[in-house]
Design a protein around this ligand. Structure first.
Ligand SMILES: NC(=O)c1ccc[n+]([C@@H]2O[C@H](COP(=O)([O-])OP(=O)(O)OC[C@H]3O[C@@H](n4cnc5c(N)ncnc54)[C@H](OP(=O)(O)O)[C@@H]3O)[C@@H](O)[C@H]2O)c1
Length: 271
C-alpha cells in the first residue's frame, strides 16, 4: 500500500473543488476527484497531470458518482479504500444551490438536503472510522455564509448549509480526541459557475476566489497538531462594506424617528 497521502475531493471537477485538488497536488497528496460528469472529471485530471507532472504514485484518480445516491456513495467510498488503502483528507465541496423557500416543491427541498448535507454525512460516515483506525486525518466541509446568516429567498439552501454546520461541529467535537481535525469553511460569493448562474450582486473579481478556499486548506494543514480550527468564514469585502452601510443607514433612520429616546442614551462614538 502506498504511503502517499490521499485526498478525496468531492466536487473536484470544477470550481472550489478543482482549485482545492490543485492545491492538494502541490502539497504532495494523491487526489481522488468525485463528481457526476465523467467528462469534466477526465478533463480536470488531465489538466492537473499536465500542471503537476506527477509520478505514478501521485496520478490523480477520479470517481464518477451522484452523491445523492446513498448506495452508490457507499460503494464509491468502499472502492476508494480498496484502491488506495487509506484516506488522509476528505474535502466535501460537491453541492448545489437552488434559490427559493416555500416556492420550492418538497422534492427540490429534499434534493438540496441529499446533496449538500446527506452526502457529506455519508462520506464522513465511511471515512472517519478508517481515519480513526490509522490514528488521524482531516475533514473539511464547505458550507456557506448562508449556513451562518440566512437571507430571504434562499431558505432551502440555507437550511441545508445550517445543517452541515451543525453536523460538522458535532463531528469536530466527537473526533478531536482521535487526532481528526474537522473544519467547516463558510464562504460568501465564490467566483465559480455556481455563483455565475445565480446572477450575483458582485463582479467576479469582487468575490472570494476558489484559490482563496484552497489557500485556507493550505493554512489549515500548516497548523501545529495541537491546534483545531472549527470554522472559517470567508466574506467578500464589498459585501461586508455594503451590509455595514445598510446597517448604518437603518440606524440613522431609527435615530431620526426616535430622536427623544436616542438623546437619553449615553453612547460614545467609537474611535
Ligand atoms: N460559489 C459560491 O458562491 C459558493 C458560496 C458558498 C458556498 N459554496 C459551496 O461550495 C461548494 C462548491 O461550490 P462551487 O461554487 O465550486 O460549485 P460548482 O462550480 O457548481 O461545482 C460543483 C461541483 O459539485 C459537483 N456536484 C454537484 N452535484 C453533484 C452530485 N449530485 N453528485 C456529485 N457531484 C456533484 C459538480 O460536478 P457535476 O455537476 O459533474 O456532478 C462540481 O464538481 C458547494 O457546496 C457550494 O454550496 C459556493
Amino acid at each position: 500500500m502506498s504511503q502517499v497521502p490521499v485526498a478525496v475531493v468531492t466536487g473536484g471537477s470544477r470550481g472550489i473543488g478543482k482549485a482545492v485538488a490543485d492545491e492538494c497536488m502541490s502539497l504532495g497528496f494523491r487526489v481522488v476527484l468525485v463528481a457526476r460528469s465523467a467528462r469534466n472529471l477526465e478533463q480536470a485530471c488531465r489538466e492537473l497531470s499536465e500542471k503537476h507532472a506527477p509520478d505514478a504514485a501521485h496520478q490523480p484518480d477520479m470517481v464518477s458518482v451522484d452523491v445523492a445516491d446513498v448506495a452508490a456513495v457507499k460503494a464509491a467510498a468502499d472502492d476508494i479504500i480498496r484502491r488506495h488503502g487509506h484516506v488522509d483528507l476528505l474535502f466535501n465541496a460537491a453541492g448545489i444551490s437552488i434559490p427559493g423557500t416555500f416556492e420550492l416543491d418538497a422534492e427540490t427541498f429534499t434534493r438540496l438536503f441529499e446533496i449538500n448535507l446527506r452526502a457529506p454525512f455519508l462520506f464522513m460516515q465511511a471515512f472517519l472510522p478508517h481515519m480513526a483506525a490509522q490514528g488521524g486525518g482531516r475533514v473539511v466541509n464547505v458550507a456557506s455564509r448562508n449556513g451562518k446568516v440566512a437571507v430571504a429567498g434562499l431558505g432551502g439552501y440555507s437550511a441545508s448549509k445550517y445543517g452541515l454546520v451543525g453536523l460538522s461541529e458535532s463531528a469536530y467535537r466527537a473526533y478531536a480526541a482521535q487526532g481528526i481535525s474537522i473544519t467547516t469553511i463558510c464562504p460568501g460569493w465564490v467566483n465559480t459557475e455556481m455563483a455565475a448562474n445565480e446572477g450575483p450582486s458582485l463582479r467576479p473579481e469582487e468575490m472570494v476566489q476558489p484559490e482563496d478556499v484552497a489557500k485556507t486548506l493550505r493554512w489549515l494543514l500548516s497548523m501545529s497538531p495541537s491546534v483545531r480550527v472549527m470554522e472559517v468564514m470567508l466574506e467578500c469585502a464589498k459585501d461586508v462594506e455594503r451590509r455595514a452601510s445598510v446597517e448604518l443607514a437603518k440606524l440613522y433612520a431609527l435615530k431620526h424617528r426616535h430622536e427623544d429616546e436616542f438623546s437619553t442614551l449615553d453612547v460614545q462614538a467609537e474611535s
